[in-house]
Design a protein around this ligand. Structure first.
Ligand code: AMP
Ligand code: MG
Length: 489
C-alpha cells in the first residue's frame, strides 16, 4: 500500500492534444477538514488507509496542496441539456488531478469536484456544497454495492468557506474515482464545431484504453458505438430494476463507458410510481423514472450523430436499433431474478408488469415489497398473508399469486433456497432521501460526520440483514417526503 506521495500517476489523458482540456490548478480553500474517508475506494488506487489520519491529508483533497505526479486539468465537453444543445460546457468545477495506475494495471481518474473555477465555469463559482457532496459520496458507493456501474468516491473534505445557493452553505470537495470521465458530450463538442480529427483521436483513445478487444479493425468506430449502446442499455435496465432515478440525464452526464456519473438531484424510488420525478427543477418531467430508458436512446442518438464524421450514417442508425432489444433482454432478466426465477423468460414480463401495477395502485414501497417477496410460500394452503395484506385489492393479489405460484413450480429450488437467491438481488437497504438528509443536517449543524460513516458502512452491504440497522429499511417518514432536491448544488 502506498503513501500519498507514492501514488502511481500515469496521466494518459493529458498526453492527448490540449484541445480536449485546459490545464487548471485547484483554487485553495480555507479551513479544510476531513468529513469522511472511504477505505474500500482507497484500495482501488493502492492508497494506504492510514494516510487519511495524516494532519495534512485534507489539504491534498481540497486542492490546497498538489499530489506529486498530478497534472491538474479540466475537461472540455458540450451537451444536450433538457433537449437543447449547449455548444460548450466542460468541467466547471471539477478538476482532474490525473490517472492512477494500480497494481492490477487498472486506471482510475482522480478528480476533485468543487475545487474552484475553471475556464469552463461560465457564471458558476466552481464550488460544491457539503450537502451535495455527501449525497454524491453516499450514492455512488451505494450504487457500486448494488452492482451498478458507477464512478466511486474516495473522500469528502469540508471547508470553512461559505457559498451561496438557495441559502448560505459551506463548500466541500468530493474526490471521485472513475475509469474515465469522458462523456457523450466530449464528442458532441467537436461535431458541432465541424472538427472531425479530434473525434477520431478521442475515439481511438477510448478504444485503446477501455475497449482493447476492438483493436484496430476497419469498423472499429462502429464497434465502439455499439459497445456504448450495449453498455448504456444495460445501465438503464439496472437503474430501472433497482428503482434509481438519475434526475439530469443530459448528454454531458452520460459516460461512454456506461457508468453512472454526475450525481445531482438523483433519487431512489420509494413509493412505487413510474412517473416519479426526483429533480425539482425538471418541471416537464423529461427525466421521469419511466422515461429513462427512452432518454438513454435519445442520448445515444446524439452521440451517434456526433460520430457520423467517422461512422457512415446508415451504420450508426442501424446500430441504434440494437438498443431496445438489449435493454429489454437485460431488464427482463433482472426483473425475473427479482421474482426468484433462475431462468427468466420473455413470458415472465406479464407477471412482472401485473405486480408493478398492483404496487402502483397500492402505493407500496418498491424496495421493501420486492424484499418481502422472498417470503412468498408456494404450498397449496399458503395464503401469504403478510404479503397479501399490503395490497389494497386482495382479489387481484390472489389471482396474481396463483399465476406466480404456478410459474414457480417450474423452478428447481424450494422456497427457502429461492429466498436466499432473491435476497441477493432485492436489496434491503437503499439510500433514501431521508437518510441522506439526516446525515447532512448533523454534518451541517453539529459538525458531526458519524452518520455519513454509518450510512457508508450500511449501504456497502445492501443485501445483508443488519438487524441493528433495521430502522433504515423503513419507508420515509412524512417530513422527508417533501425534501426537495434540485440542480443547484
Ligand atoms: P451538472 O448538471 O451538475 O452536471 O452541471 C452542468 C454543467 O454546469 C457542468 O459543466 C458543470 O461543471 C457546471 N456547473 C455546475 N455547477 C457549477 C458551479 N457551481 N460552478 C461552475 N460550474 C458549475
Ligand atoms: Mg455534469
Amino acid at each position: 500500500m502506498k503513501k500519498l506521495d507514492q501514488l502511481n500517476f500515469d496521466n494518459t489523458f493529458c498526453r492527448l492534444p490540449d484541445i480536449f482540456y485546459r490545464r487548471q490548478n485547484p483554487t485553495p480553500l480555507p479551513g479544510s477538514y476531513l468529513v469522511s474517508f472511504n477505505e474500500s475506494a482507497a484500495k482501488l488506487i493502492d492508497l494506504d488507509a492510514a494516510e487519511a489520519k495524516r494532519a495534512d491529508f485534507s489539504e491534498y483533497f481540497i486542492g490546497n496542496r498538489l499530489l506529486p505526479g498530478s497534472e491538474p486539468m479540466s475537461m472540455l465537453y458540450a451537451g444536450h441539456q433538457f433537449g437543447y444543445f449547449v455548444p460548450q460546457l466542460g468541467d466547471g468545477r471539477a478538476i482532474l488531478l490525473g490517472e492512477i495506475k494500480n497494481r492490477a494495471g487498472e486506471y482510475w481518474d482522480l478528480q476533485l469536484k468543487g475545487a474552484g473555477i475553471t475556464p469552463f465555469s461560465r457564471d458558476g463559482d466552481g464550488r460544491a456544497v457539503l450537502r451535495s457532496s455527501i449525497r454524491e459520496y453516499l450514492c455512488s458507493e451505494a450504487m457500486h454495492a448494488l452492482g451498478i456501474p458507477t464512478s466511486r468516491a474516495l473522500c469528502i473534505v469540508g471547508s470553512d468557506e461559505q457559498v451561496y445557493r438557495e441559502t448560505i452553505e459551506s463548500a466541500a470537495v468530493v474526490t471521485r474515482l472513475s475509469p474515465s470521465h469522458v462523456r457523450f458530450g466530449s464528442f458532441e463538442v467537436f461535431a458541432y464545431r465541424g472538427q472531425h480529427e479530434p473525434i477520431a483521436i478521442l475515439a481511438d483513445y477510448i478504444i485503446e484504453k477501455h475497449f482493447p478487444d476492438i483493436g484496430n479493425s476497419p469498423d472499429k468506430y462502429l464497434r465502439f458505438l455499439n459497445e456504448v449502446i450495449v453498455r448504456t442499455a444495460r445501465l438503464m435496465a439496472k437503474w430501472q430494476a433497482v428503482g434509481f432515478s438519475h434526475g439530469v440525464m443530459n448528454t454531458d452526464n452520460m459516460s461512454v463507458l456506461g457508468l453512472t456519473i454526475d450525481y445531482g438531484p438523483f433519487g431512489f424510488m420509494e413509493t412505487y410510481d413510474p412517473e416519479f420525478v426526483c429533480n425539482h427543477s425538471d418541471h416537464g418531467g423529461r427525466y421521469a423514472f419511466d422515461r429513462q430508458p427512452q432518454v438513454g436512446l435519445w442520448n445515444l442518438a446524439c452521440l451517434a450523430q456526433a460520430l457520423t464524421p467517422i461512422i457512415p450514417v446508415e451504420q450508426a442508425q442501424e446500430a441504434l436499433e440494437n438498443y431496445e432489444p438489449e435493454f429489454f433482454r437485460h431488464y427482463n432478466e433482472l426483473m425475473g431474478k427479482k421474482l426468484g426465477f433462475t431462468r427468466p423468460a420473455q413470458e415472465d414480463a406479464s407477471l412482472v408488469n401485473r405486480l408493478l401495477e398492483m404496487m402502483r395502485a397500492s402505493k407500496l414501497d418498491y424496495t421493501n415489497l420486492f424484499r418481502s417477496l422472498g417470503l412468498f410460500r408456494t404450498g397449496p394452503d399458503e395464503k401469504n398473508t403478510v404479503l397479501r395484506d399490503q395490497f389494497l385489492d386482495r382479489s387481484a393479489f390472489d389471482a396474481w399469486a396463483d399465476a406466480y405460484r404456478s410459474r414457480l413450480q417450474s423452478e428447481p429450488e424450494i422456497d427457502e433456497e429461492r429466498k436466499v437467491c432473491m435476497d441477493r438481488v432485492n436489496p434491503k437497504y437503499i439510500l433514501r432521501n431521508s437518510m441522506a438528509q439526516t446525515a447532512i443536517i448533523l454534518a451541517q449543524q453539529e459538525g458531526d460526520f458519524s452518520e455519513v460513516d454509518r450510512l457508508l458502512a450500511l449501504l456497502g452491504q445492501p443485501f445483508d440483514e443488519q438487524p441493528e440497522m433495521e430502522e433504515y429499511a423503513a419507508p420515509a417518514p412524512d417530513w422527508a417526503r417533501n425534501v426537495v432536491v434540485s440542480c443547484s448544488s
